[in-house]
Design a protein around this ligand. Structure first.
Ligand code: CAA
Length: 274
């Protein structure tokens, strides 16, 4: 693949969008390769994904403006569908996906981060939906997911004004869960860049998720996602079914037996995904 890097270790897969010369902007090829990468994730071993961008400056600076500049109405709609299909695949991917936002997350970059389950960012991150300044609407789910994440009023303000916001404001409005800064020693020298700290934190969180009972974690993701699209009466039924399904798993039998066994010397074994 030309624009996507993928590596997996210890139950955690890291997908890096690698087109730094264009600040990791999403052209059709990047979207196709991302789609293929998701298809290739080995779900029998990988239990959590991290999505990030190459370089220290940008997570994803949006959909590719050069490619979009000559599109017709039909081609524009098809390009929107291509992005939406991949982002929806990410959103409904069976295992959790953490966005490690290492810089610009504009337009399609903000939108892809919102398709992930959790957003963490470095303190140089900039979020925004600048599309109306380019004569278009957000086209990869921004009008829908931003409103759901930060509320319709704040989403409308950000989208209508096309104003970019920095990491502290993104944190304040609930768009990101946590912001990470560089580590410095007593002399003031940087010992770890903000991006290194961010990636280490994302990997630590992913490893924590990967240690928990995998079927239960997947069912939690599905219950939250599907429940958000339903009314409360239907949503709690969705939860009941996914809760019930866990009682068919070996991990539930083992997890509860481990708790109930009062032998203090025993060591918890890894969950089996079974
Ligand atoms: N598409 C295509 N190329 C892009 C790009 C994008 N979205 N963003 C950056 N680039 C390219 C630049 O054209 C430039 O290429 P060259 O070196 O060949 O000239 C390179 O990346 C570096 O960018 P800049 O020189 O502009 O870097 P900067 O530090 O001066 O500015 C920036 C950084 C503020 C992020 C600026 O690049 C920028 O504003 N980018 C566009 C952001 C944007 O509007 N994104 C939304 C796109 S629309 C969208 O995403 C629609 C949708 O919902 C589907």
């Amino acid at each position: 693949m030309e624009y996507i890097l993928y590596e997996a270790a210890g139950g955690v897969g890291v997908i890096t969008i690698n087109r730094p010369k264009a600040l990791n902007a999403l052209n059709s090829q990047v979207l196709d390769e991302l789609n293929e990468t998701l298809d290739q994730v080995d779900l029998s071993t990988v239990r959590c994904l991290i999505l990030t961008g190459a370089g220290e400056k940008s997570f994803v600076a949006g959909a590719d403006i050069g490619e979009m500049s000559t599109l017709t109405k039909e081609q524009g709609e098809a390009f929107g569908k291509k992005g939406n299909d991949v982002f929806r695949k990410l959103e409904t991917f069976p295992i959790p996906v953490i966005a490690a936002v290492n810089g610009f997350a504009l337009g399609g970059g903000c939108e892809i981060s919102m398709s992930c389950d959790i957003r963490l960012c470095s303190d140089n991150a900039v979020f925004g939906q600048p599309e109306v300044g380019l004569g278009i609407t957000p086209g990869f789910g921004g009008t829908q997911r931003l409103a759901r994440l930060v509320g319709a009023g704040m989403a409308k303000q950000l989208i209508y004004t096309a104003r970019n916001i920095k990491a502290p404001e993104a944190y304040r409005i609930g768009l990101v869960n946590e912001v990470f800064s560089a580590e410095v020693d007593e002399a003031g020298n940087v010992t770890k860049t903000a991006q290194e700290v961010l990636l280490a934190a994302a990997k630590k969180m992913a490893a924590t998720i990967a240690k928990n009972a995998p079927i239960a974690v997947r069912n939690c993701k599905k219950a939250i996602n599907d429940g958000l699209d339903a009314n409360m009466d239907d949503a709690i039924v969705i939860e009941e079914k996914l809760f019930g399904d866990c009682f068919e798993t070996q991990d539930q039998v083992y997890g509860m037996a481990f708790f109930l066994d009062k032998n203090k010397d025993k060591v918890k074994e890894p969950f089996k995904n079974a």
